[in-house]
Design a protein around this ligand. Structure first.
Ligand SMILES: Nc1ncnc2c1ncn2[C@@H]1O[C@H](COP(=O)(O)OP(=O)(O)OP(=O)(O)O)[C@@H](O)[C@H]1O
Ligand SMILES: [Mg+2]
Length: 266
């Protein structure tokens, strides 16, 4: 499998503010994802976590603030440009139902294709070779994400846990340097959660990328994260190691003050 072997640059989020008609969804939020680390972004429902991912992936433009990957300014780039620079994401509520696992992963590879559509349609040798390489890479990613034995299986026939992991595998097919995972285990049972946690660990060990993880499953966050940023009503109220944030009085207040803590927003 072809992978980027260099350590990813740091992802700098600085003073990001997002407003929706009267509501400040993100209020001057700053944090840094150190190279090659797993950085969790947690907080109660509506805290602004998915909004933050929408800014990082270029779907929303912040009213102010900036996002940089190393020296590259991502703030005003279109989503496909950000993806091409190596930032890939999964969506909180998308679980694919169409095609086989291979079909879905090849869609993820599409962005990396060098031969144009015409060359592929005409079945030119270079396009065919490229196609074979992409298929091999997709197969490698399927293996890495625990979907190897289901490569040719229609996703509609997979268990929920496997189907949700197809979304993760599809994002990985972009060969990201930074992978944004928005609630990757929401709706999964305990065994599927454990399997997915293992996959996230394997991905990091194998590919050396940075991961930004949004998750309500605190056990998973505490086990996987190097660092945690806690959002509450759009503000970053705490940063630190899992142990540091767990004991932070502000964090306890934010969580105890909400009735939906721990629920899955699947
Ligand atoms: N496109 C939008 N238009 C208007 N308001 C929005 C939009 N997107 C998000 N919001 C609001 O911004 C706030 C933050 O939402 P966001 O989806 O980022 O929360 P979240 O932390 O991901 O929550 P959850 O844990 O439930 O997924 C919420 O009050 C939400 O209703
Ligand atoms: Mg969300």
């Amino acid at each position: 499998m072809t992978t980027r072997t260099t350590t990813p640059p740091a992802l700098h989020v600085r003073d990001v503010t997002v407003r929706f008609a009267g509501l400040t969804a993100l209020d001057d939020v700053s944090f840094t994802v150190a190279p090659g680390t797993l950085h969790a972004v947690i907080g109660p429902n509506g805290a602004g976590k998915s909004t933050c991912f929408n800014v990082l992936s270029g779907l929303y433009r912040p009213a102010r603030g900036s996002v940089r990957l190393g020296d590259e300014e991502l703030t005003r780039l279109a989503p496909h440009r950000i993806a091409a620079l190596g930032v890939a994401r999964t969506f909180q509520n998308i679980v694919t139902t169409q095609g086989t696992v291979a079909d879905n992963l090849m869609l993820g590879r599409h962005v990396l294709s060098r031969s144009g559509f015409a060359a592929s349609a005409l079945r030119l040798p270079r396009a065919l070779r490229e196609q074979r390489e992409h298929l091999a890479a997709a197969r490698g990613i399927a293996e890495l994400t625990g979907l190897g034995e289901h490569f040719e299986t229609p996703v509609a026939l997979l268990s929920y846990g496997d189907r949700k992991r197809v979304e993760l595998a599809r994002a990985l097919c972009l060969e990201p340097r930074v992978l944004l995972l928005d609630e990757p285990v929401a709706g999964m049972n305990a065994a599927e959660r454990a399997r997915t946690a293992e996959v996230v660990r394997d991905i990091r060990a194998e590919l050396g990328l940075s991961v930004v993880l949004v998750e309500h499953d605190m056990g998973l966050v505490m086990r996987l994260a190097d660092e945690v940023t806690v959002l509450d009503f759009g503000k970053a109220i705490a940063h630190g190691t899992p142990d540091e944030v767990r004991g932070d009085p502000e964090v306890l207040r934010a969580y105890l003050g909400t009735e939906t803590t721990g629920e899955d927003a699947a």
